[in-house]
Write a new protein. Structure first.
Length: 280
């Protein structure tokens, strides 16, 4: 059995070795990540009354609420180029994938913190294992969206083949934010409540129920919101085959990719400190 020695020395004292260790851990994470993914899938559906349907029940309910609110005048939304029900459904399903990826590292590291403390298991394996459930849920939602496209007679366009890239960008954004929160959440469990409140507010400043306005305070906030371009362009690729702001989405994706690397290094350093404090 391999002996792991934990020291108080900062990994940044030897930055080159630190980066190499992340690469080594990532390469050896595959088998454990696969086992974690299979465990989570079996456990999730074994304890779920509705089974796989639970993944789409909430988005369908949110879509029905938006359509009902618009119909009775509570929600005022200008006409869009596609049926409003389809517009909202696509937005809600994409938003749900973002939230899944956001919570994946938070829930994974919280559930398996003892594994990290008592073994040499790499944190990458836990996060990658949790992403298996994110992928499965995303595929289930894709099937629901495909059925909706057929029911609304939306023609197939080649541009829809680029939509998975947008979904991956949204998931990467959520996972990056989750990696920032995950180590702190091990110390302060009420952070989950704060995160739930924050994502609820974030939802209403994202173009899920309505297109991003071009003016006003809400318009300014939504232009700053990184979800706006990613979600809007991915939905447009799926529904119309056209993209409103491709360069903005590409820049946002590039920034998210760069930030994900930095945030993971932060998470690795923070986890070493946090896990030690949790086990004291």
């Amino acid at each position: 059995m391999k002996t792991v020695v934990r020291t108080h020395e900062s990994p940044l004292v030897r930055p080159r070795e630190f980066v190499r260790s992340i690469g080594r851990d990532l390469r050896r994470s595959g088998p454990l990540a696969l086992e974690i993914a299979k465990r989570d899938v079996r456990g999730h559906y074994r304890s779920s009354f509705f089974g796989p349907a639970v993944v789409v029940l909430a988005p369908l309910a949110m879509t029905a609420a938006a359509v009902g609110f618009r119909r009775i005048g509570i929600l005022s939304v200008a006409d869009v180029s596609v049926p409003y029900t389809l517009f909202v459904l696509a937005g809600v399903l994409l938003w749900a994938t973002l939230l899944d990826a956001l919570h994946a590292p938070i829930q994974g590291l919280l559930a398996d913190q003892r594994l990290l403390a008592l073994t040499s298991a790499p944190p990458e394996a836990i996060v990658l294992g949790k992403l298996g459930m994110v992928l499965l849920n995303a595929l289930t939602r894709a099937v629901i969206l495909a059925i909706a496209l057929v029911l609304y007679h939306v023609p197939f366009r080649a541009a829809i083949l680029l939509a998975p890239a947008g979904v991956v960008s949204l998931a990467l954004l959520g996972m990056t934010l989750g990696m920032v929160v995950a180590p702190v959440n091990l110390l302060y469990r009420d952070l989950s409540w704060i995160l739930t409140t924050a994502t609820t507010v974030w939802f209403f400043f994202s173009p899920v129920y309505f297109p991003a306005p071009s003016s006003g305070v809400v318009g300014v906030i939504m232009r700053i919101n990184p979800v706006t371009s990613l979600l809007s362009d991915t939905r447009s690729l799926i529904l119309t085959g056209a993209v409103g702001s491709p360069w903005r989405s590409l820049v946002t994706t590039l920034v998210v990719c760069l930030c994900s690397g930095g945030c993971w290094m932060y998470a690795r350093i923070a986890l070493g400190v946090v896990i030690e404090q949790v086990n004291e």
